[in-house]
Design a protein. Structure first.
Length: 361
């Protein structure tokens, strides 16, 4: 059986990697994602055999690279692709029974910026065996690494195999935004100081009052002083705002919380029932008018992870969305059972449009 994924690739990878009970063979050009890396370290601690091939460059081995020395010390086998024949694969063989292959590097950049794809093969043993054989042939031509490289920023230019400045700089930006740490963006500033995408993201991040991580806490009330609307124009939501939900078995439906044309500032909420019986739930926010959620524009995601273990369709979640006049949006998910709440803050300059007051109902 083959399944193609174009969104939420990291989530699917993590779920399948968790099932590993024997051996992982991974070949990815660039690997910076700490969630995937931490899972590999956990698997090594549980006795899983892991072989990893990556490019030996600044993205993987620079100042903000993952701790591949720890990977080696925990028993992982690390190989560097040769500079004269750069290793540009992106595939993973899991226990010789599942294959992931496609365009997706294990990076924040791939997850947040690019259009990427992977295909998961589960029962096509012929294809899985071909990739396993190719991996074994690949590592036979490489040397096993006993000490991971640590490339300084000064060495960066001389080892710039793929003209990687923009990739690395924006990968640091998306990493920093995901974990709410400004030092990643400051480092990106030294690499791509004139990049227009970076400058926009940096300006947005610097002005955003982000906490270190979304935290479970008792419900709090955000008191926002009212902002007067100056002149004859009203500020309205340019699109409907809502979240991804499951309706009648369709897991990709759009549930509107704030309709298009709602006067700003505003805060509206809806109650939902969890369709799974787990203890966490992913809240994904979109803007648009289509009932099929992926035909709309994705704005962000976060986990509410303190749900009580209850049967399907019995765990209640209240989702509230607050939009302010400065184009900041606060999405809150409240656990109705416990009263605990998690929130995420997003900024999108296209959330709001202005219309003359006498032409707006």
């Amino acid at each position: 059986m083959e399944t193609a994924y174009f969104r939420n690739i990291r989530k699917e990878l993590i779920e399948v990697l968790k099932t590993t009970d024997n051996r992982l063979r991974i070949a990815v050009a660039w690997f910076t994602n700490s969630d995937l890396f931490d899972l590999l370290l956990e698997k090594l601690s549980n006795g899983i055999q892991i072989e990893l091939v990556i490019i030996d460059d600044y993205i993987n081995n620079g100042d903000f690279g993952l701790n591949f020395q720890e990977f080696i010390e925990k028993g992982g086998k690390l190989y560097y692709g040769k500079e004269e024949n750069p290793m540009h694969h992106k595939f993973c063989v899991i226990d010789d029974r599942i294959l992931f292959t496609g365009s997706y590097n294990w990076t924040y950049y791939a997850e947040n910026k690019n259009f990427e794809n992977v295909v998961k093969f589960e029962e096509n043993q012929k294809i899985i065996d071909i990739y396993s054989m190719e991996f074994d042939l690949l590592i036979e031509s490489l040397e096993l690494v006993s000490e991971a490289n640590n490339i300084s920023f000064e060495e960066f230019e001389s080892r710039n195999i793929f003209s990687i400045k923009n990739y690395l700089g924006l990968d640091l930006v998306y990493h920093g935004k995901e974990v709410s740490k400004i030092e990643y963006l400051e480092k990106a500033k030294t690499i791509i100081p004139e990049n227009k995408v970076f400058l926009k993201e940096y300006k947005s991040f610097k002005s955003l009052p982000i906490v270190e991580q979304p935290e479970i806490r008792k419900t709090t009330t955000i008191n926002t002083p009212p902002i007067a609307v100056l002149g004859p124009k009203l500020k309205l939501t340019k699109n409907s705002i809502g979240i991804k939900v499951e309706i009648n078995g369709n897991k990709n439906r759009f549930a509107c919380i704030i309709p298009k044309g709602t006067k700003i500032p505003c805060e509206l909420s809806r109650n939902f029932i969890a369709t799974d019986d787990g203890t966490q739930l992913l809240i994904e926010t979109f803007k648009g008018e289509n009932e099929q959620v992926y035909n709309n524009i994705w704005l962000g995601k976060f986990l509410i992870y303190d749900l009580l273990q209850r049967p399907k369709r019995q765990a209640g979640i209240k989702v509230s969305i607050c939009i302010k006049e400065n184009c900041y949006m606060i999405v809150k998910a409240k656990n109705i059972d416990t009263g605990n709440e998690i929130e995420a803050i997003y900024h999108d300059s296209t959330l709001i449009e202005e219309k003359p007051a006498d032409n707006t109902q």
